[in-house]
Ligand binder design. Structure first.
Ligand SMILES: Nc1ncnc2c1ncn2[C@@H]1O[C@H](COP(=O)(O)OP(=O)(O)OP(=O)(O)O)[C@@H](O)[C@H]1O
Length: 667
């Protein structure tokens, strides 16, 4: 045995029948018979098993090796050629039989009757159990719970608060030692200045109902039959994970190696400029009339990545042109790309206007999404005719539901813009950013306010916004529509393929009228379609919230694994090279083996994620359920509850955390 524990909190020791000698480091070579739940290990049916077998003989055949064996989700223990289930199907793992105690150290134990004695295969003569002294001070008068009788009832056995039920729920009012409080008293954050938030120890720990169980999605989110619960439901769906990961990757890709060739190393507080989107050369933007390349850049002020739009060859003639930028900066809207600042620069060896926007990684534009074919992705919008020709061949109209979703979001953005006494002025498929699934944001806001400064004609520009919206809808519904074309054919197409409501809205938007149009009228005309959008958004939010709840569970596991990682296999601590192999740490070592190093009957490693998650969740919840931990050399077994293991972790972790604290209490 590598190093048995010298003391432990509430650990029950079981020596397997073959073991008649103490391992090195055992505190007492006691002859105590520590009874076990018959369901856990029943030796009575096999007298051969109950007889002493030498350790060497046990190792003769591989199948005799006593290791944790997982089959069909149950943990089996294989000993002397026999397999024991833990817990056996249908058995309450908490119901541990009253033990027979013969150790002088365990004098308070009740002797077993003959019948009950015969029901245990493990005779006292076969066992040599060390006495474990609990490290953590427990209540003097604490007594074992009736619901889960401890194996030894002597003073050495720490008592645990009574449970309301077997689910690990602890009533706070009638506990002699409140588990929550005991955890708090171990809170290293109270004795150390380190940030403890990652271990969730800075706040009282609450033990909710069945905390060890994963919550299944609520029925309003998803209600699949039980057979449809795949393993990966522990984690967020693959497509969502991939999307989030690739976005996160896109944020910082390339920013480590400085600016791209030909671009300034620094531009004010921005550095590491990388071009985004198709290489445009000196092709003028269809919307702005100047070449308008877009760069991703990192700010040295806050370390965030921003999107810089550069308008080449722009010379500022009127300072007042920047006045609108202040108003734009104040608009924070879910359907508008927020502008941060604007300035002019000669860093590109010309006169350039720079507008800084929020960066939305891997976003595309409506033009790229719906109007450009794959071969035309790199083509400038001026080749729209060629693009629409490609679209015509594909013959895939945009579903009406999606069109209404776009209209709702754009109208929402326009309402915020017009209410702020501004106008979008660049409603074009290439200036509507698609930042998620059917999620759009107006982009490039404020550019024309500086480029074509015209504060006098706001009302005209707002009317033009609505006309532009009408033309945008026409383009999306009928990809052959080009600006300047007569709308009769596209309208006819809409009346044949889309609802009359949509056609009516387009006519309202593009028809000249003596009465000024208003975005409020557009919203009224959309009517119940807005509610559809609301439904979709809220359903999506429910789904995401549900995914988030799974990640909360995984976060608990990571914190637990982090603590275990700090403790397991530590080379030395406080000049003690055997630290991680002795005391509470030994239990944690065996627990690690139990969770991760189980092997099958044929000796192959068992890589059962559900076993790992089940064990770790039960540990995190501190259940009273007991498990049997078997040493690597099969010379000893410990029957220990998750609650006790949890306490071992907290105590040991506390020890590590306090190692640099000169005021700590040495035990
Ligand atoms: N704020 C932003 N965050 C992330 N990507 C952006 C942002 N703004 C624009 N982009 C990306 O930059 C690329 C170029 O955008 P841009 O507005 O220049 O479109 P364009 O089709 O090149 O139009 P133009 O003819 O005006 O140059 C697009 O792929 C777009 O997704």
């Amino acid at each position: 045995m590598a190093g048995p524990p010298t003391k432990s909190a509430a650990v029950q020791i079981v020596r397997p029948p073959s073991t008649s000698t103490s391992g090195p480091g055992q505190a007492v070579n006691a002859t105590s018979h520590v009874g076990m739940n018959k369901g856990i290990m029943d030796h009575s049916k096999d007298t051969a098993r109950a007889s002493p077998v030498s350790a060497d003989k046990k190792r003769e055949t591989p199948q005799r090796i006593c290791r944790n064996v997982m089959i069909y989700g149950f943990c089996k223990f294989q000993d002397a050629g026999c397999v024991y289930y833990h817990p056996p199907p249908g058995t309450d793992p908490n119901s541990v039989s009253t033990p027979k105690t013969e150790s002088p150290a365990l004098t308070n134990a009740t002797p077993l009757s003959k019948e009950s004695k015969s029901s245990f295969g493990l005779g006292a003569e076969h066992l040599s159990a060390p006495v474990f002294v609990p490290k953590t001070p427990m209540a003097e008068n604490a007594s074992p719970r009736a619901s889960t009788p401890a194996v030894s009832t002597g003073a050495q056995t720490p008592s645990w608060p009574p449970l309301a039920n077997a689910g690990g729920i602890i009533p706070r009012q009638d506990v002699s030692i409140n588990f929550d409080d005991s955890m708090l008293s171990l809170d290293p954050s109270q004795s150390s200045g380190m940030d403890s938030s990652i271990y969730m120890q800075g706040q009282p720990m609450r033990q909710p109902l069945d905390y060890h169980l994963y919550t299944s999605p609520l029925s309003h989110v998803s209600n699949p039959p039980p057979s449809h619960h795949p393993l990966h439901s522990f984690f967020i769906p693959d497509d969502l994970r991939r999307t989030i990961q690739s976005r996160q990757e896109a944020i910082y890709t390339g920013t480590q190696s400085g600016s791209a060739a030909g671009l300034p190393a620094e531009l004010g507080v921005y550095h590491s400029l990388i071009p985004i989107g198709p290489a445009q050369g000196t092709t003028p933007s269809k919307v702005y009339g100047h070449p308008a390349p877009v760069y991703k850049a990192m700010s040295s002020v806050d370390g965030n990545v921003y999107c810089l739009r550069r308008i080449e060859g722009f010379k500022l003639v009127n300072e007042a042109a920047f006045g609108a930028i202040d108003t734009w900066r104040r608009i924070k809207h879910p359907n508008i790309v927020t502008i941060r600042e604007a300035f002019t620069t000669k860093a590109f060896n010309d006169n350039s206007l720079i507008l800084v926007y929020d960066y939305h990684p891997l976003s595309t534009t409506l033009w790229e999404e719906h109007l450009a074919s794959a071969s035309d992705q790199n083509a400038p919008p001026s080749t729209l005719a060629a693009v629409t020709a490609a679209k015509r061949r594909s013959g895939m109209p945009i579903p009406e539901r999606v069109i209404w979703s776009y209209i709702t979001q754009i109208a929402n953005a326009l309402k915020a813009i017009h209410n702020s006494n501004l106008a979008a002025r660049n409603l074009d498929p290439s200036k509507v950013l698609v930042t998620g699934k059917n999620r759009i944001r107006l982009n490039g806001c404020g550019v024309l306010d500086v480029l074509a400064y015209d504060a006098q004609n706001l009302a005209i520009h707002q009317q033009e916004d609505l006309v532009s919206l009408g033309k945008l809808i026409l383009t999306l519904c009928y990809e052959f529509f080009l600006p300047g074309q007569h709308p009769a054919i596209p309208l006819d197409h809409i009346s044949r393929h889309y609802s009359p409501d949509l056609k009516q809205l387009v006519i309202y938007l593009i028809t000249q009228s003596s009465h000024p149009r208003s975005v409020d009228d557009v919203v009224k005309m959309m009517g119940p379609r807005i509610l559809n959008e609301l439904d979709a958004m809220q359903n999506y939010s429910d789904v995401l919230e549900n995914e988030l709840s799974a990640e909360v569970e995984n976060g608990r596991i990571v914190r637990l694994l982090t603590k275990l990682g700090f403790i397991n296999e530590r080379a030395e601590f406080e000049l003690d090279p055997r630290w991680s192999d002795t005391g509470d740490r030994y239990i944690l070592k065996l627990f690690r083996d139990y969770v991760f190093h189980s092997i099958g009957v044929d000796g192959t490693p068992i890589l059962d994620l559900s076993h790992v998650l089940t064990c770790l969740n039960k540990l995190d919840a501190g259940l009273d359920e007991r498990i049997m931990l078997v040493s690597r050399d099969d010379q000893s077994c410990l029957v220990v509850s998750y609650r006790e293991i949890k306490l071992c972790i907290e105590t040991t972790f506390n020890e590590l955390r306090n190692s640099g604290n000169p005021h700590r209490v040495l035990r």
